[in-house]
Design a protein around this ligand. Structure first.
Ligand code: IVH
Length: 672
């Protein structure tokens, strides 16, 4: 994508800062963005380029200044004049009704107007704005003394660093991590071999207290503000004060509800108890607040809680149920995982009937058996977990099996791990099913229409025993099976054939399911050997130690990975399958990227201005000749290829760093 030129004046720079802030507001406060993410990103690139060219223009509230560059050594204490109180909790409708009656009595029988709000399960925060600019963000701490976490809070894009008016304001609210962000982060952590986080709340709380703001920036969080300190300065009522701060650019909840009378409170409790799971973030209850600041003043506070507000906590998400039996689940790598099959039970809105026990150490710890009653909950409201046994039945306790329940082969405990695995690899029917399903998956061989059920059907019918068998399937064979018609049979055969031509060696290698070899590790190996047949030939021509030595020469391939590859290519079963794949034409060449040869090998070129053909085409020619494309002109740039109307900034930068400026004819001369 073409870079937009560096801005020419400071006014234009300030205008772009303000424009980006306005887009943040539309996105985070209004939830109604008016531009696409790529456009936004382009504007940020332009802002960064301008700031690099004119460091003296940069303002502290620039959208690029959200991430500091230095880790902190600790957090400074912040002492506040208005303490951050917490709320009294209620758990039943009766207790809530008692609160309502207390309030009415305190107001001499007047009927209060309430604000009913979500109780966001995050991390409490107080933001101070002076002259419209964010100066301090502090944690709750003990209420009076909190910690200054401003540098970390600046990384949260939902929190404006500058308001739309130059006002002084102190607001309180909650920082949280959305459920989908949490799930994505955990998936990435698991894929990278890291321990997953427990739940979104702990993750948000832990992240805000990290000492390195750059690490905080990698954990996307959001915020909702729900109280204006000394709110009577801006409005006579609480909800009106939230409207004021929202207009200033501060994110508030769109679910706050104005209500009067007991029936409205009771109805909200019922409605939200059902709806809470549909929200994009976790809530653990409702907060009911008297709206009028005058009435709040009349009601006052105890030393701990205000008398004008209360939290209603939703019922616990823990339930008990009976264990029917244990199921042994065999994964692609042979790991045998215990799964408890339960008497179906509702937990936070969904029916749970199976729950993974993860490993055999956990089974031993729980001391669990058929017929036991167990306490379960949804961790992070997503994955159900067994917390413990509440009543044991007079049945034998579960212990680890000695042999694979699918093929009867011996099980081995993986080194340093609590995982038990079947050693029979592709000889084991259960591993075969998992392996074929994995092979066909997204980002690997990408075979559309080959999900678990169909794979199981193909294995049961004896049409497929391993991944190589997929490539000799015919539409006639498939048509005879349940669930297949003429068209669907043809479609599957077509998508299998397509996968063969579309795959790269790297994807094929990752699809084989070698331990430790995912998409990233597969790439250097694929680049080195170029095809599966070459890799096997290299294995045949060397000893294990020699092959391992060859593999570990590559960046990103360590001893453990190299040994796993070596073991796989020498495993008789795996080797037979790979030979069959090659014989059936599944031996894709790894495409060549940026050869180190070519006339421009090792050179970095920046292309700019209007040229006779689209810029992308010129860049492709440079890459084909071994060159690299640079984004901006630096001392590392070898040539600036300048078309018509090249910007002054690029030419100045080239002059400054002594980079030769060439035109298209000059480039042509370099290419030939
Ligand atoms: S108002 C004096 N409103 O719940 C009133 N709190 O113990 C102060 N919370 O520490 C809090 N959502 O961190 C309020 N809509 C909401 C809230 C909320 C979550 C948290 C807050 C507070 C705790 C209550």
């Amino acid at each position: 994508m073409a870079d937009l030129p560096v801005l020419a004046t400071r006014d234009a720079y300030l205008a772009l800062c303000n424009e980006l802030i306005e887009h943040d507001r539309r996105y985070y406060v209004e939830a109604a963005p008016t531009i696409a993410d790529v456009e936004y990103d382009r504007m940020v690139v332009r802002l960064r380029a301008t700031e690099a060219a004119h460091p003296d223009w940069v303002v502290a509230w620039s959208p690029t200044r959200r991430v500091g560059h230095e880790p902190l050594s600790g957090f400074v204490k912040v002492v506040r004049s208005v303490p951050m109180l917490s709320l009294d909790n209620t758990y039943t409708e009766d207790d809530l009704r008692a609160f309502h009656e207390r309030v009415r009595k305190g107001l001499d029988g007047d009927e209060p107007v309430y604000s009913i709000e979500l109780k966001i399960d995050g991390f409490g925060i107080e933001l101070t704005y002076v002259g419209g600019e964010l100066t301090v963000a502090a944690t709750r701490g003990d209420g009076t003394t909190g910690e200054d976490v401003t540098a970390n809070v600046r990384t949260i894009r939902a929190i404006p660093q500058r308001l739309r008016e130059q006002v002084d304001l102190v607001v309180r609210g909650e920082i949280y991590m959305a459920k989908d962000v949490f799930a994505r982060m955990n998936a990435e952590r698991v894929a990278a071999g890291e321990e997953p986080f427990k739940n979104p709340r702990n993750t948000a709380a832990g992240s805000i207290k990290l000492l390195d703001p750059r690490e905080v920036a990698r954990r996307p969080m959001s915020a909702i503000l729900y109280e204006v300190v000394d709110g009577e300065r801006v409005a006579s009522g609480h909800l009106a004060s939230l409207d004021v701060i929202r207009r200033l650019g501060i994110p508030t909840s769109s679910e706050n509800q104005r209500a009067t009378g007991w029936d409205a409170l009771a109805a909200a409790v019922v409605a939200w108890t059902d709806r809470r799971d549909a929200l994009p973030f976790e809530v653990d209850g409702l907060v009911i607040k008297v709206d009028s600041f005058e009435q709040r003043g009349a009601l006052g506070s105890t030393s701990k809680f205000p008398r004008w507000a209360i939290a209603y906590k939703f019922p616990a998400r823990q339930v008990t149920t009976l264990v029917k039996e244990i199921e042994l689940n065999i994964g692609r790598t042979g790991a045998v995982t215990p799964v408890a099959i339960l008497e179906p039970v509702e937990v936070s809105g969904t029916t749970v009937q199976r729950v993974s026990l993860h490993n055999w150490d956990q089974v031993a710890r729980l001391d669990i058996g058929d017929g036991d009653r167990v306490l379960i909950e949804k961790a992070g409201e997503i994955i159900p977990q067994v917390l413990g046994v509440t009543a044991r039945a007079a049945t034998p306790r579960w212990t680890a099996p000695a042999v694979c329940p699918s093929c009867g082969a011996a099980l081995e405990r993986e080194e340093d791990k609590v995982v038990l695995a079947c050693t029979n690899r592709l000889g084991c029917p259960a591993q075969r099913l998992a392996a074929v399903e994995f092979f066909a998956g997204r980002g690997l061989m990408n075979i559309d229409g080959l999900g678990e059920k169909i794979v199981a059907q193909l294995l049961d019918a004896g049409l497929v025993a391993d991944v190589a068998d997929l490539f000799v399937l015919t539409a006639e064979q498939l048509e005879k099976l349940d669930r297949f018609a003429e068209q669907s049979a043809k479609n599957l055969v077509d998508s299998i054939a397509q996968s063969k031509t579309k795959a790269t060696f790297a994807r094929l290698l990752a699809a084989l399911g070698i331990a430790h070899v995912g998409g990233v590790v597969a790439r250097p190996i694929a680049t080195r050997y170029r095809s599966l047949s070459n890799l096997l030939a290299a294995a045949d021509a060397s000893t294990s130690d020699e092959l391992v030595a060859q593999l570990t020469e590559m960046e990103g391939v360590g001893e453990v990975i190299a040994r796993a590859v070596d073991r796989f290519v020498r495993d008789p079963h795996a080797r037979a399958v790979m030979d069959k794949l090659i014989a059936r034409g599944v031996d894709p060449e790894e495409p060549v990227t940026a050869p180190a040869t070519g006339p421009l090998a090792g050179k970095t070129l920046v292309v700019t201005g209007t040229l006779s053909v689209p810029r992308g085409e010129i860049q492709a020619r440079i890459e084909a000749a071994g060159g690299k494309i640079g984004g901006s002109v630096t001392k590392k740039t070898d040539y600036l290829v300048a078309g018509a109307d090249t910007g002054k900034t690029k030419l100045d930068a080239a002059a400054k760093h002594g980079v030769p400026v060439i035109d298209e004819a000059g480039l042509q001369a370099l290419l030939t």
